[in-house]
Design a protein around this ligand. Structure first.
Ligand code: AMP
Length: 214
């Protein structure tokens, strides 16, 4: 089963993708993660995208489509979760063509709905474990008092360079201008399933399970 998690920054796509990886053995393809890795490795491509990402703008379709194309030829037994891709209509068209080329289909596009005020407060409060990627939130899930990750015991936590209020405004604007038209696009194709992304992590995971198993 191949699926897309679609939603604005802070909707919880990464968190839910991690749960699906564990519960269903799916493979998470996060273009944001791939780009952050390129950025921290200091590769030519990483240098090219760094300032764009920090500002909260979208990198070119060509770059992200190339990243996804490389991964699609690999192992996909459990199916792919596209997390943060596609983000434009051109990317959505390209994904359709790539899947077709590999004889694969897209089973569902899960739209995660969260109101904008909640997104801003979630993003400015979030951090992750530097070792295992477990997510924390200063308000709803603070880093434990002993400074150790509840999942792996790691002691290093990081915040994303683009998780600040100014960059978030740009990311939201990019979402509404370029990504939100995909909701109509996939509705028309018949793949759209919407869930309420506002609840606790487990509740949202439960809703996603329901729409995927329907
Ligand atoms: P994310 O981790 O999905 O929030 O992505 C972080 C940043 O990476 C975005 O703000 C964009 O600058 C860039 N990015 C990630 N995925 C894409 C994509 N599909 N198209 C264009 N830019 C992307």
């Amino acid at each position: 089963m191949n699926i897309i998690l679609l939603g604005p920054p802070g909707a919880g796509k990464g968190t839910q993708a991690r749960i699906l990886v564990e519960s269903r053995g799916m493979i998470q393809l996060s273009t944001g993660e791939m780009l952050r890795e390129a950025k921290s490795s200091g590769s030519e491509m990483g240098k090219k995208v760094a300032a764009i990402m920090d500002a909260g703008e979208l990198v070119t379709d060509e770059i992200v489509i190339g990243l996804i194309e490389e991964k699609l030829s690999g192992d996909n037994a459990g199916g792919f979760i596209f997390d943060g891709f596609p983000r434009t209509l051109a990317q959505a068209d390209a994904l359709g063509e790539l899947l077709e080329k590999h004889g694969a289909t897209l089973e569902a596009v899960v739209e995660m709905r969260v109101d904008d005020d909640e997104l801003v407060s979630r993003i400015t409060a979030r951090s992750t474990c530097g070792d295992c990627g477990e997510g924390y939130n200063d308000v709803s899930k603070p880093i434990p008092a002993d400074g150790r990750c509840t999942n792996c015991g790691g002691t290093e936590f990081k915040r994303r360079a683009d998780d600040n209020e100014e960059s978030l405004r740009t990311r939201l604007m990019e979402y509404y201008k370029k990504t939100s038209p995909l909701i109509g696009y996939y509705y028309a194709k018949g793949n759209l399933r919407s869930v309420n992304g506002l609840g606790e992590i487990d509740e949202v995971a439960g809703e996603i399970k329901v729409v995927l198993d329907a």
